[in-house]
Design a protein around this ligand. Structure first.
Ligand code: MG
Length: 254
């Protein structure tokens, strides 16, 4: 018998036996009945997903308090005196926000295009021009301020538009104000992972160590004014809810 014929025969026998295994394979059943994931139009780079709360679409700052001196022009808003806080409040959420540091480079370290995105009005993700501008690493762009530097520095040049996509798991407190579970944050900066499910030590002040102080289940998205004309655009938030499910039987093989 030719060598090629033998190889073909072996292949046929193997295929038949594999098919037999597949035909009699047992299936694992978790025993959990899941709600069907909802259909959501994902939008585009310019358009938010259908289930998002749009906080700023380039036209006005009516979804924020304290924005009297923030100037809207050309589809963006420039930070002005006073922090702004979203009127809507959020717990666990996904936040998309685009921003640009000043085109004209002024100052250095913390003084160059400093701003910040605050989850629940308390937990700051630093916004800073960290393109060829060194400062303390846990205070550079993309840091959880005074807690954790970004894993990499993916800042674009001054004046160029950049993005944060933030996944936020809010802290939980019991009725007596005791911390039940800390906050966690994941951040993509310009599409690159810079914070990977980082566990926050508490809030992010300049003058003391981080600590958790009990607060409600929801809080505003707040943007900092630090004296620099940082611009923002295309801001939207999606609430994150777990899928409903129920156990209908113990895990089993059938
Ligand atoms: Mg800041």
């Amino acid at each position: 018998m030719k060598k090629t014929t033998v190889v073909s025969l072996v292949a046929v026998v193997l295929a038949i036996s594999c098919f037999g295994v597949v035909a009699s394979a047992k299936e694992y059943l978790s025993g959990i009945e899941w709600a069907e994931p909802e259909m959501v139009d994902p939008g585009t780079a310019q358009k938010a997903p259908a289930d998002a709360v749009v906080l700023f679409d380039g036209t006005d700052m009516s979804q924020f308090n304290g924005a009297d001196k923030w100037i809207v022009a050309d589809g963006a808003v420039t930070a002005g005196p006073g922090a702004v806080q979203s009127k809507a409040e959020f717990g666990d959420c996904q936040l998309h926000i685009e921003w640009a540091t000043a085109t004209e480079v002024k100052g250095d370290g913390q003084g160059r295009s400093n701003s910040g995105v605050f989850l629940m009005g308390k937990y700051e993700v630093q916004v800073l021009d960290s393109y060829e501008n060194r400062t303390y690493f846990d205070g550079q762009c993309g840091a959880i301020y005074k807690q954790h530097p970004p894993l990499v520095n993916v800042c674009r040049k001054p004046g160029e538009w950049q993005s944060y996509d933030i996944i936020w798991k809010a802290p939980r407190f019991d009725g007596d104000g005791k911390l039940l579970s800390p906050a966690f944050i994941t951040i993509l900066h310009n599409g690159v992972l810079i914070q990977n499910h980082f566990q926050l030590e508490g809030d992010t002040p300049y003058t003391r160590a981080p600590e958790y102080k009990a607060h409600g289940e929801r809080g505003p998205i707040s943007l900092q004014f630090h004296g620099n004309p940082v611009r923002y655009r295309n801001i939207w938030v999606r609430e994150v809810k777990e899928l409903e499910n129920r156990r209908i039987h113990e895990p089993k093989i059938r």
